[in-house]
Design a protein around this ligand. Structure first.
Ligand code: ATP
Ligand code: MG
Length: 744
């Protein structure tokens, strides 16, 4: 054990006060990098070694499992291995541990299962079907997010019904109540239940509450500004009040209202702003010295956050000197941005200023990592993507690629199996087993067997029908490949016709918004592939779907990435949300454009804009010594160039702390003026092709198949098809939306 002196070593007086404070609730509020997390860690060690608190009496809550692990390790450094038996965890894992013991009170057995978001969605879908709700008007995803929201507000089905103010909300209440019954019958809880049910236990069962209250004598919460109402009540109940027989637990929360970035998940800054009202005897400690960043970095961050209304002014300072100026860079496009950053990281390493392992790249949305990944891979610059998968490892990207593989090769059984029920078409594993047996018995391929599904023994009628719809969609898309359609058009057609896009677009789950962005990004990849300079093409290479897939699989091969052992570590890439609480010597804050960051979704809403600004504050304050800020003049979305104005947050950074590398902010360089005046070439994407109207008997000309006449037509909208008889090619069924046909 260490002496108190040692535990208070390298703490300023305010920090030391917080660490050694005993008794009533304690709130530490302070700006970024002022040592809040350090206070929490030291306080835990201090409790154990100076106040004889046993590890099992401590409950410490952090925001991510990673943060919990780090905190435990730091405490172990100070007090040794006893730290192991201490609960340092996220809200969710703490609740699971509590419920494994207490859930019997609520009628669950202690082996209850935990449903992840996909499981819960499946159950909601079943419920909506049972209630005969039209899935177009009432997508299951919408219910899922409304139910989740209700749970975060601690509203049960009955509360929800009582509060319902229109018919839709009454329907939601219905679904919610049946869903909840079904969960209970399945002895299962979804993520939000974990918190809600723990609060239920505490509120309804005084004995259980007493048990928990007498155990946890110390409750500590990091990143308190990001707690939602359910989490807030959980803390309140665990701490308890004086009149309950057991004295309240000592509560210590730390947070920064300026870093509240989870409003979209129901977190509320109110929890931190009104701490004094909720806990009238609270001690408030303010920390003002920042130990993380240089003055220039702090000045930039402070200037930006000041633009938010209704916040408490803070006075954050540092004595680490002004440090280097921030570096600004205006890239021509996202590739140029990534190249600049890769070059700069190399240069910093050559100059012995910063190693790749000391460097982080932040972006607003996951999809933005793709270009960085490609450029880094090409430059053999090792990297890792934190809190998200590498672009080509993401499920939705793999799904779409599997569609494309099938279109390029109908016999690719693995890919067919991957997509046949994505999105859900009611073709389950049993049906696929029947098909596989049939294929074996008939000695035909899996695809051939699918085409002959009606002959397969055992197959249910419904499954057979779905299989036929699936094969006919694939055949229609496959004709695009035969017709040598541009890969980007095929990618878009696959996205639209498969239903992948519709499924995600109808969802209100923020995760699915990310997935749509990733899929759009793959369209952009295909357009990049088409537009490579012709001198980049290898001899005999033609632009084709197969060529595109080949290129992608080379990039996607994870083995190609050097591990960075001898190269000064790996560059870390992550979204701004994931960056919370972390710090890096060198930081690149990218994509600083209105519409990217702040995100386009937030531009029209002042509250959301303020949340984006807090996110900018989080990003800026992660940097210790070097901070780069970049934007691109244009960037492709759906493959088309989009000119976004500079992020409004850039204007908020004082001119004197930033130096623009390419001087574009004040005077445009001649080459760039020229470039920016010449619009990039127009790109033909599926989006822009309007569907041609044809009648039976019309004579048409097709770019690849030549002259033909329309035999029959079917479908409508983006599914409109025509069967056309071509001279040498015979009859072809074409999806008109993507077919290069002209009426004669
Ligand atoms: P954030 O708001 O970003 O979560 P924070 O307030 O939790 O930041 P910490 O991560 O605890 O800040 O501390 C920031 C950095 O300053 C860390 O590297 C930490 O070790 C260091 N630090 C904190 N307090 C002191 C101190 N008194 N003396 C020296 N270094 C300190
Ligand atoms: Mg912290």
């Amino acid at each position: 054990m260490l002496s108190a002196e040692k535990l208070l070593f390298e703490l300023n007086p305010a920090q030391a006060t917080a660490v050694s404070h005993a008794g009533g609730p304690l709130l530490v509020v302070a700006g970024a990098g002022s040592g809040k997390t350090r206070v929490l860690t030291r306080r835990i060690a201090y409790l154990m070694s100076e106040r004889n608190v046993a590890p099992y009496q401590i409950l410490a809550i952090t925001f991510t499992n990673k943060a919990a692990g780090e905190m435990k390790a730091r405490v172990a450094e100070l007090v040794g291995p006893v730290a192991k038996s201490m609960w340092v965890s996220t809200f969710h894992s703490a609740c699971v541990r509590i419920l494994r013991k207490e859930a019997v009170l609520l009628g669950y057995s202690n082996t209850f299962s935990i449903y992840d978001s996909a499981d819960s969605l499946r159950l909601i879908t079943i419920v909506t079907k049972e209630l005969n709700l039209d899935s177009k008007r009432y997508p299951a995803k919408a219910f899922q997010s409304m139910i989740s929201h209700a749970k975060n507000e601690l509203m049960g089905p009955q509360d929800y019904l009582n509060a319902a103010s229109n018919q839709f909300e009454e329907v939601v209440a219905d679904v919610y109540s049946v869903y909840q019954l079904r969960l209970q019958r399945a002895n299962a809880m979804d993520f939000d239940d974990l918190i809600l049910k723990t609060v239920n236990v505490l509120q309804r069962f005084p004995e259980a509450k007493a048990r928990l209250r007498s155990r946890f004598r110390h409750v500590l919460v990091d990143e308190y500004q990001d707690t939602n109402h359910a989490q807030y009540m959980l803390v309140r109940e665990l701490v308890g009040s004086q009149d309950e027989g057991i004295p309240p637990a000592e509560l210590c929360v730390v947070g920064d209202a300026d870093q509240s970035i989870y409003g979209f998940r129901g977190a509320t800054i109110r929890n931190i702003l009104q701490f004094e009202l909720d806990y009238p005897k609270a001690t408030i400690v303010l920390l003002e010295q920042n130990y993380r960043s240089t003055q220039n970095i702090l000045s930039a961050a402070n200037a930006v956050i000041t633009k938010n209304a209704g916040r408490k002014e803070k006075n954050l300072w540092t004595d680490s000197g002004s440090g280097a100026l921030l570096t600004g860079y205006v890239a021509e496009n996202e590739h140029d941005e990534a190249r600049f950053i890769a070059d700069e990281i190399r240069q910093l390493q050559r100059d012995d200023k910063s190693r790749p392992g000391d460097t982080a790249i932040f972006y607003r949305t996951n999809a933005q990592s793709r270009v960085f990944e490609e450029v880094f891979m090409r430059n053999a610059l090792p990297y890792k993507v934190v809190g998200g998968l590498r672009f080509y490892e993401r499920r939705e990207v793999k799904d779409l690629l599997a569609y494309l593989r099938v279109l390029a090769n109908l016999e690719d059984e693995i890919s067919v199996r991957r997509i046949i029920n994505v999105p859900k078409r009611g073709i389950g594993d049993t049906s696929l087993d029947y098909i596989a047996h049939f294929a074996k018995a008939q000695e035909v391929t899996f695809w051939q067997a699918l085409l002959r599904a009606s002959e397969a023994p055992g197959l249910a009628n419904r499954a057979m029908q779905s299989i036929q719809e699936f094969t006919s969609m694939i055949i229609a898309l496959h004709i695009l490949v035969e017709a040598k359609t541009r890969p980007s058009v095929i990618v878009e057609a696959a996205l639209e016709q498969s239903g992948l896009l519709t499924e995600l677009a109808n969802s209100t789950d923020p995760q699915d918004e990310v997935r749509v962005e990733n899929l759009k990004e793959l369209v952009a990849v295909s357009i990049e592939y088409e537009e490579r300079d012709s001198d980049e093409l290898i001899e005999d290479e033609v632009i084709s779907l197969a060529g595109f897939l080949e290129k992608v699989s080379l990039v996607a091969d994870a083995d190609e990435i050097p591990d960075g052992e001898d190269h000064g570590g790996v560059v870390t890439m992550m979204t701004l949300h994931t960056a919370k609480g972390l710090e890096f010597p060198t930081v690149f804050l990218t994509g600083m454009e209105d519409g990217i960051f702040p995100h386009s979704r937030t531009l029209g809403d002042n509250n959301e804009l303020e949340e984006e600004r807090r996110l900018a504050y989080v990003g800026l304050t992660r940097a210790r010594h070097r901070l780069y800020i970049s934007r691109a003049e244009y960037r492709s979305t759906w493959g088309a160039p989009n000119y976004n104005p500079p992020s409004r947050f850039l204007d908020e950074i004082p001119e004197e702390v930033i130096q623009w590398r390419n001087e574009l902010s004040t005077s445009l360089s001649p080459s760039l003026i020229k470039r920016s005046r010449v619009a990039p070439p127009p790109r033909a994407t599926g989006k822009k092709i309007s569907t041609i109207q044809l009648l039976i008997g019309d004579r048409v000309s097709h770019d690849t198949f030549g002259l033909g006449s329309v035999v029959s037509i079917a479908g409508e909208g983006d599914k409109a098809e025509a069967t056309i008889l071509f001279g040498t090619y015979g009859e072809k069924r074409l999806l008109l939306r993507y077919a290069p046909v002209e009426k004669l």
